[in-house]
Design a protein around this ligand. Structure first.
Ligand code: HEM
Length: 502
């Protein structure tokens, strides 16, 4: 018994020694950092007290301007460098991208095919897949999908029309309504489904889509392991996605492929492009083709990455427009004028002409970058001329986008909503890598154009026909859901919505 106790004591002491040594890394290198908690590292306030992006924002604001271009951080025991210098941001994301190509997140293409998405896979496989998928997102392809987006926009208009009156208007929770619009748009374009969640809020497609974001295979118990040790987790054959989600999407994709191949139907959407690549693979051209599992994972990530990001952006935009009536009026005037020039119809060219709308969306994404911190994994020792910049292989690098967006030296009065920060001249006057809602460089958001298109079309429909204003129920200042990785408003956004006479 006493031998057993001694062994346990020895093991505990050994673990404590290893943990302390690991947490002493930044100290030994003389890099500025906060003293890490023995277990949680510097992430103690997450996921209960503070949003993870706000932790990184505050870290950036605290350490920027120090003698070093980054500050040391521990995500539990994972060695992390939080970048505090714009020159280094540019090097990580663009100039020295070959050192920082991967995100270091979990995926397991054999046991959990849905997890092997272009967002998570690594190295040569990622380069190859990204290259194959890029033509799916050209402006020509966006133009082809535009009519689908407009059709769903019209449906959303009808829903708003049914819920509002002129005069006093109604207080509505708008995030759920616009989420149904983006779910229908992406459901149509990525899976070829008329999922009709606008009219049926409990459509399986949306409820399972939400579960795909929130539910974890092991009820969250192994999150620490999956996120902290992705490679080991893969070797242990762990999975991330729940079986029901996997089965649901596998069936939809299988049925859609079979249907389109049988009927030869062409919709000019994401699914068409993916099926073209699948057919190449079937014909023996694996260089340009996609296997069924590869296709499945990409359709899935297009939905997961494209639906909530755009709907929360629309929600935040409406919240700011409700609080800034002058901006809302000016935006409505632009929308009405441009539509007037285009026969009162929504056209791809017309939306492109709405420059102020674009500025409003850009300023919204500055204040609320939905994915508010970017991550990269250092693949090889990054040892540039200046040793202060040295980052060892295996370190996670965090670009604190929210911190940069709220840096008053870059954006004076950062709390204020000012779309004029995004005129062409104002953008040109700022340094590179100071607006990062879609990331930057070769691994930026592949769906940027599509995300902007669906956000702009949706907002144009709503602002043209409705006035949004603050109600007593509107939560000001807005509270965000602290446990989520994306930024989103706690309990949605309640606004007064009034139908405008035509
Ligand atoms: C307002 C809407 C959107 C926002 C704010 C957004 C934001 C982002 C961000 C911040 C990243 C990481 C970039 C980086 O690390 O440098 C990303 C990656 C990605 N996004 Fe988006 N996104 C949006 C819409 C979309 C849409 C509509 C799609 C697909 C249809 C999409 C698909 C992806 C994919 C596949 C990646 C991973 C790219 C790669 O690793 O090669 N996103 N997005």
């Amino acid at each position: 018994m006493s031998l057993l106790l001694s062994l346990v004591a020895l093991l505990v002491s050994l673990l404590l020694f290893v943990a302390r040594r690991r947490h002493g890394y930044w100290q030994r290198r003389g890099i500025p950092h906060d003293v890490p908690h023995p277990l949680y590292g510097n992430i103690k306030d997450w996921p209960k007290k503070r949003h993870i992006a706000k932790i990184f924002r505050d870290y950036y604001l605290k350490y920027k301007g120090s003698d070093y271009p980054f500050a040391g951080f521990f995500f539990f025991f994972t060695r992390t460098a939080v970048i505090t210098n714009l020159e280094l941001v540019k090097r990580v994301l663009i100039k020295d991208f070959n050192h920082f190509e991967n995100r270091g997140v979990f995926y397991n293409e054999i046991d959990d095919p849905l997890s092997a998405t272009v967002f998570s896979i690594e190295g040569q496989k990622w380069r190859h897949l990204r290259h194959k998928l890029t033509p799916t997102f050209t402006s020509g392809k966006m133009k082809n999908m535009f009519p689908i987006v407009v059709k769903v926009g019209e449906e959303m208009e009808k829903i708003f029309s049914g819920k509002t009156t002129s005069g006093q208007g109604q207080v509505l929770e708008i995030v759920d309504l616009v989420a149904r619009y983006t779910a229908d748009v992406i459901g149509n374009c990525a899976f070829g489904l008329n999922c009709n969640s606008l009219n049926n809020p409990r459509a399986d497609f949306v409820t399972i889509g939400k579960r795909a974001i929130t539910d974890r295979r092991y009820g969250g118990m192994l999150d620490f392991f999956l996120f902290g040790f992705p490679k080991l987790s893969r070797r242990l054959r762990l999975k991330l996605n729940v079986q029901e989600v996997e089965d649901f999407y596998t069936k939809i994709v299988r049925d859609t492929i079979d249907y389109r191949l049988k009927t030869k139907e062409k919709r000019h959407d994401f699914m068409d492009s993916l099926i073209e690549m699948y057919q190449k693979e079937q014909a023996g051209n694996s260089e340009d083709g996609l296997t069924f599992n590869e296709l499945l994972a990409q359709a899935f990530i297009f939905f997961v990455a494209g639906f909530e990001t755009s709907s929360t952006t629309m929600g935040f935009a409406l919240y700011e427009l409700a609080r800034n009536q002058d901006v809302q009026d000016r935006l409505r005037e632009e929308i009405t004028n441009v539509l007037g020039k285009h026969n009162n119809e929504f056209t791809y060219e017309g939306i492109k002409e709405m420059k102020y709308l674009e500025q409003v969306v850009m300023e919204t994404l500055r204040k609320y970058p939905v994915l508010a911190h970017l991550t990269r994994m250092t693949e090889t020792d990054f040892s540039p001329e200046d040793s202060k910049y040295f980052i060892a292989k295996g370190t996670i690098v965090v670009i604190p986008a929210l911190g940069i967006h709220y840096d008053s030296e870059i954006y004076p009065e950062p709390e204020k909503f000012k779309p004029e920060r995004f005129t062409e001249e104002a953008i040109a006057a700022r340094p590179a890598c100071t607006w990062l809602p879609f990331g930057e460089g070769p691994r930026n958001c592949i769906g940027l154009r599509f995300g902007l298109m669906q956000t702009c079309v949706g907002l144009a429909y709503l602002i043209r026909g409705y006035k949004f204003s603050v109600a007593p129920e509107t939560q000001i200042p807005m509270k965000v859901v602290v446990k989520s990785i994306l930024l989103s408003a706690e309990n949605g956004i309640l606004l007064r919505v009034e139908k405008l006479s035509k």
